[in-house]
Design a protein around this ligand. Sequence first.
Ligand code: ATR
Length: 276
Amino acid sequence: MTNSTASYAVFGNPIEHSKSPDIHHRFAEQTKQVMTYQKRLINIDAFEVSAQEFFNAGGSGLNITVPFKLAAYHFAEQLTARAKIAGAVNTLVKKNGLIVGDNTDGSGLLTDISINLGWPLAHEDILILGAGGAVRGILEPLLGVKPLSITIANRTFEKAQTLAEQFKHLAGPTSLNCVSYAQLKNQYKVIINGTSASLVGEAPAVKPSVYNKAFCYDMMYSKEATTFLQQANHFGAQATADGLGMLVEQAAESFYVWRQCRPKTASVIASIRAAM
Ligand code: ATR
């Protein structure tokens, strides 16, 4: 590591299939930033030690992926407002001698849905499936665009209830509700799958009519359409998209946090898609 070359990495476990190095190398080339970006497989119990070593050695910033986002939240010496609310950190940066934890996931989702896809969110009824860490990270940015309502539905209903309760004070004009899958009605403009069901080739058990005419987004991505998106297409969705755009947009936001320079994302999304 030399003084002139800023060094970045993504920490995760597993990490082999991470597309982050590809994405950041493309951003760096496009914006002519002199930097390195590597992926690092971190032992499950070695996050803090490895992150500390990285920054002690002069590292400039980290992306954090599964399963270390909560560990990174506790590791950070300072948190941005959006990281505090998300309860998780996917970006670390050294600023004025302090390691600051940020979270760019929600911003990435919002940019992909609103700007890249141009789907409606403001004044609309939004359904979010799932109530884990991934959903916690997107609730505040979504509430920020003032949908008419956000309904959280989860297989384990109590978790949806807890999340809705915790975010109620941020809801403003939006009606924030929770329901069980069985109670779902077919009245949502946009459906966001924030469950991890796609990882195991499953889709949340919602009735087919819920998909009808809805804009359906899966926060997961894969070469073939996820089971959720296959079902959405089959049962009459208005449009479907997977989370590759979100992945690239959260990376672009991290890049901006590190380099104060915003890369263009459309060509990067297209080339990462083509290489899948
Ligand atoms: P993440 O950080 O990815 O959100 P998590 O906190 O473990 O991971 O949450 C996983 C989410 O996916 C939960 O909402 C989980 O539902 P439960 O709370 O009922 O476990 C949901 N999930 C996982 N597999 C699912 C499946 N096959 N069908 C429906 N929901 C599923």
